[in-house]
Write a protein that binds this ligand. Structure first.
Ligand code: CO
Length: 140
């Protein structure tokens, strides 16, 4: 059976200061910035850099009460979520839910970059926050 997971779309990384991250990753390490946007529902500003077939998605909170601000206060800067690419998100969510996995998003929603995404509940994934996003094999 083919794996339903096509690859790592991106790692979501919580940081206190995007300006500092750009200084390091863009200017010093030579990453290409492929997107910057504010996602108001998540209370985050996002900077994406390309790392081959996957992206690094740096997340800075726009609000002291936002989920990223809370994550930083509790755990400090670091990996906040792992985003895996799947071919048919709606179907995957249905299959996972049928097998007893708890979902944060039972329906796909629109995430950074206009992609269809959904989060699984960390209670069902060993405490790791997992995002699924719809895409094709080998897509950036
Ligand atoms: Co993400």
């Amino acid at each position: 059976m083919d794996s339903r997971y096509l690859g790592i779309d991106h790692l979501g990384i919580a940081v206190p200061d995007l300006a500092e991250i750009r200084e390091v990753f863009e200017r010093r390490l030579g990453f290409e910035v492929t997107g910057e946007e504010v996602v108001p529902e998540q209370k985050v500003r996002v900077v994406k850099v390309a790392a081959g077939e996957s992206d690094l998605e740096f997340l800075e909170s726009t609000d002291a009460d936002g989920p990223i601000a809370k994550f930083l206060a509790k755990r400090g800067p670091g990996i906040h979520h792992v985003a895996l690419r799947v071919r048919d998100l709606e179907r995957t969510l249905g299959e996972l839910e049928a097998s007893g996995v708890r979902l944060i998003d039972r329906e796909p929603r629109v995430g950074a970059g206009g992609k269809k995404i959904a989060f699984l509940h960390p209670k069902s994934t060993g405490g790791i926050l997992v995002e699924l996003c719809e895409g094709e094999d080998g897509e950036e």
